[in-house]
Design a protein around this ligand. Structure first.
Ligand code: GSH
Length: 196
């Protein structure tokens, strides 16, 4: 059985959602970042951490892709052209959505106060709107980023859409909003939300 460390209001949500999609049993420990429980497995103190037997795995994207590969679901096979496209979308989502939201968080409450530059947030919000337009292009007719097949980047992208709402980032793209709504309606997403 897997163990997931990290509360649902963090990137741990992605891992829990993936496990719900896969129908895999898990134990959830809502350990806060930098807590002793987390540092025991990840010296940086960052969440999420996935415990699989003796192994402690870090980074939500690496964990999602590991689980998808291991259970042969929500991914195209490694070494295929489809997988190369899928990985390209994963990196696009990390660079253009996750990174902007994370930089805004760092300048809001993560960095020591004297190193925060609050004005950067306006620039990040402006850039985020462009990112949403690019995401909508990639979605095309959907329903998922890889067409008919839900894959790892769908979990990361739609988690970022929810994060954007909480962070008061602009979410005014109809195509992306309809996509995020479809993803949030999934039973596995709903079960994950209920963990909090
Ligand atoms: N790229 C990593 C980022 C992990 C990360 O920064 N997690 C946040 C919570 S969502 C955290 O632990 N922050 C505390 C810190 O940076 O010290 C991932 O996707 O898991």
């Amino acid at each position: 059985m897997y163990t997931v460390l990290g509360g649902i209001r963090s990137r741990a949500f992605r891992v829990l959602w993936m496990l719900e999609e896969l129908g895999q049993p898990y134990e959830h420990i809502a350990a806060p970042p930098r807590s002793d429980d987390v540092r025991k497995h990840n010296t940086s103190g960052k969440i999420p951490v996935l415990l699989d037997g003796e192994a402690a795995l870090t980074d939500s994207t690496a964990i999602l892709q590991y689980l998808a590969d291991k259970h042969d679901e929500l991914t195209f096979p490694a070494g295929s052209i489809d997988r190369a496209h899928q990985d390209g979308i994963t990196h696009f989502v990390l660079d253009e959505l996750d990174a902007l939201l994370w930089t805004a968080s760092r300048h809001s409450f993560i960095l020591p106060e004297e190193h925060r530059v609050p004005a950067v947030k306006d620039s990040l919000k402006w850039e985020f709107e462009t990112s949403l337009a690019r995401l909508a292009e990639r979605l095309g007719d959907g329903p998922f980023l890889m067409g008919e097949t839900m894959t790892v980047p769908d979990i990361i992208a739609s988690h970022c859409c929810g994060w954007a709402i909480v962070a008061k980032f602009p979410m005014q793209n109809d195509v992306v909003n309809a996509y995020a709504e479809r993803m949030r309606a999934r039973p596995a997403y709903q079960r994950t939300s209920a963990l909090g």
